[in-house]
Design a protein around this ligand. Sequence first.
Ligand code: SF4
Ligand code: SF4
Length: 424
Amino acid sequence: MRTRFTEAQLGDPDLAVAAEQLRSCVHCGFCLPACPTYAVTGNELDSPRGRIVLMQELLQSEEVGPAVVTHLDRCLSCLACQTVCPSGVDYMHLVDHARARIEAAPARSALQRWQRAVLGWLLPRPAAFRWALVGLPLGRALSPLLPAWMRSWLQLAPAQRIRRFDPAGAGVAAPVVAPEQPQVALLVGCVQSVLDADVHDATVRVLQSLGARVVQIRGLGCCGAVAHHLGQHQTTVERVRANVAALQPHLEHLQAVVSTVSGCGTMLEDYAHLLRDDPLAPAAARVSELSMDVLEVVQLLGLPEDAVAPEPKRVAYHAACSLQHGQGVRSLPVELLRGLGHTVVQPADAHLCCGSAGTYNLLQPELAAQLGDRKAEALRAVAADVIAAGNVGCALQIGGRVAVAVRHPIQLIDDALETRRPPG
Ligand code: SF4
Ligand code: SF4
């Protein structure tokens, strides 16, 4: 694609990289059928190709018009387009760059700015988030009096009791130098540690059963994905720097930094890019190398050959976008679950996002609901006993729409190993 950047603009190294990414798009349109928002709206501006044109206009003119805000806000950052693009367009970094530009401009209403500020502050803070959820029953009681956007936020909150993950109670240890076992750092993170602490508990049990020492690194907090997806570039970099600095002294003694939320894993893998010009760049690159989804760590450690599900089930595997497109982990979850004796099926259009996408279902509730309904229908069609999904956002988005349980694959692995553990 031809671009019209000035020499002065190309003097900005970040913009020079974005310009190169824009030029690599040949407008072939192969990405259109892969794009969930294009599938719903049918509008070219809600397709990757259309957004690339809008981003070019934004970056060349340096003017943030309403169209670019609307159509980039509707992008899920699911990266399905990147998976299928024959020209290797780096859509992820392009849209990240454009989002940061939009966020820095006075382009949004006061309500939008307030919503984004609240989400960016609240979600990465587990203690505050948990307290906010304590007020849910009152919020639900007042629901008819609240504006539509607030009602949609309340609908997404889980109905069950909220329990914060307790690392010490789960047997997570402090890191040691020269460990006798493979030592892996658990990214406790933020949202999942409040909304589904059971997944962390299962992760610790499984990895310990497979011989790993699971450790918690002091100072390792939210991965930064929430701020990143909101285009809050400065906050993102501060969060990423803090995590890399916390991990740096331990990198030599770790085999992996483990994520149980695939969105966090994709973010960790991007640390090398985000801090590429920072004094912490070498450590950030190592963190990205060590970043693994929990299922990759299970594969690394190796499941015992006689690990079998106590009750083999028909499992519908929902591939989270951040795992399949962001990290390229596609067949492994299916292989692991089949290895336990489950019958694993996948829904139609498995490449399409469920509409969760970080804060997307809070900020774009209508499109997210349409995508969630499509995904739920496809999952219902395969008539499974249980749905397996490796991302807490997907689990919430789908769980509210289907009658069967949605569980993380590590919980199904935990069930299989449970019978092999000594009692007590
Ligand atoms: S598939 Fe790639 S090259 Fe083709 S239009 Fe989409 S982004 Fe551009
Ligand atoms: S990231 Fe997803 S929603 Fe955004 S343009 Fe690509 S395929 Fe479409």
